[in-house]
Design a protein around this ligand. Structure first.
Ligand code: NAD
Ligand code: MG
Ligand code: MG
Ligand code: MG
Ligand code: MG
Length: 345
């Protein structure tokens, strides 16, 4: 497959001109999953980096131990030409209020996810560039791949090009954190944000959790043991997903039995039927028309009452008790798998 087979531009190391970032000071705000990886990779690539953290942030000692210069978000933004906003999405509007006065004409505001800009929670001044470099992996992989001379694929988007060089600078930043080694795919803030939200709601997080619980409940309600229901509907998901990750649906269908393949091909579309498509379209509508964003912003402003309640109900589901007991039996296998706690999506 060549790049010409993709519908979007794909950039590689040879497309990037590092001088667009090596002659600048980059403020990395936040030192969590993405922040620690971007800051260290940029610094190792010879970029002048300053990490911006609150005075009382528990991440300060970690950043300093990694050899980075640390100051407050406001100070960092004032020094920097490029401000990489890598604090949690729900915190970004408040942090933006603090740093906005420090942005000079021609500076760059850079994001790793488009939610706040796309839904108007952050309204950048017109004279700054607004870009996105969003690695398609949690930060520990972005760091680990960089150190192994490998790359992590990323998305690039330009929301506002005040200087005329926003794209080249974002590409240089993506290259400096190691992503151009793998490939940087161009998208827009709108597309990145809406597909990310839809994916996590309908398929990755929401969809798979409900499918798992419903399968488990169906077996248990029919009198089967919770242990068997857990194995069949939760534990084995990993084996199936690993195959899909490595070789698509074909790799999965090839490696299950013919009985599983025939049963899956004939019954799967009855379980996830056209009514599910309609539900997905409704969920996508709410993402597109801003209903979801408005709801989530209001939920945060109210102190997350519904979020807390739903989270608690989920933790109290029977499948979690059974799972905890059974996973203890597999502790030897789990130790290496759960050593990394970074989250995707
Ligand atoms: P995170 O939750 O891992 O870390 C955030 C860091 O921000 C904390 O470690 C802390 O240093 C700092 N912080 C927290 N609260 C703060 C506050 N009130 N004021 C100032 N600083 C504060 O965040 P993350 O997952 O790295 O996400 C950062 C951005 O990257 C988000 O826009 C997210 O959508 C995006 N993103 C994340 C991933 C991922 O895998 N985690 C992948 C792609 C994009
Ligand atoms: Mg500045
Ligand atoms: Mg089976
Ligand atoms: Mg995602
Ligand atoms: Mg997401």
């Amino acid at each position: 497959m060549t790049d010409a087979d993709f519908t979007q531009p794909v950039y590689h190391e040879s497309d990037a001109d590092r001088r667009h970032i090596t002659d600048k000071t980059v403020a990395v705000l936040g030192y969590g999953s993405q922040g620690h990886a971007h800051a260290q990779n940029l610094a190792d690539s010879g970029v002048d980096v300053v990490v911006g953290l609150r005075e009382d942030s528990s991440s300060r000692s970690a950043a300093e131990a990694d050899g980075l210069r640390v100051t407050t978000p406001t100070e960092a933004a004032s020094e920097a030409d490029v401000v990489s906003v890598l604090v949690p999405d729900t915190v970004q509007p408040a942090v933006f209020e603090d740093i906005e006065p420090e942005l000079d004409a021609g500076d760059t505001l850079q994001f790793a996810h488009g939610f706040n800009v796309h839904y108007g929670q952050i309204e950048p001044p017109e004279d700054v560039d607004v870009t996105m470099i969003a690695p398609k992996a949690p930060g520990h992989l972005v760091r680990r791949n960089y150190q192994a001379d490998e790359g992590t694929p990323a998305l690039l988007a330009v929301y506002q090009n005040a200087t005329g060089t926003a794209r080249q600078e974002a590409l240089a930043y993506g290259d400096a954190i190691g992503c151009a080694r793998a490939g940087i795919v161009e998208t827009t803030f709108r597309e990145e944000t809406e597909t990310d939200l839809f994916g996590e709601q309908a398929v990755l997080c929401g969809g798979i959790a409900e499918l798992t619980k419903m399968g488990y409940e169906t077996l248990v309600d029919a009198g089967y043991s919770p242990e068997m229901a857990y194995f069949e509907c939760m534990n084995e998901i990993k084996l199936i997903v690993d195959l899909m990750y490595e070789g698509g649906l074909a790799a999965m269908w090839n490696s299950v039995s013919d009985t599983a393949e025939y049963g899956g091909l004939t019954r799967g579309e009855r379980v996830v039927d056209e009514s599910v498509r309609e539900n997905m379209e409704e969920v996508l509508d709410e993402v597109q028309n801003g209903t979801f964003a408005t709801e989530w912003v209001a939920e945060n402003q109210a102190g997350r009452p519904s979020y807390r309640q739903r989270r608690k109900a989920e933790q109290n589901h029977d499948i979690e008790d059974v799972g905890e007991r059974l996973r203890d039996l597999f502790a030897w296998a789990e130790e290496t798998e759960t050593a990394e706690t970074d989250r995707e999506t």
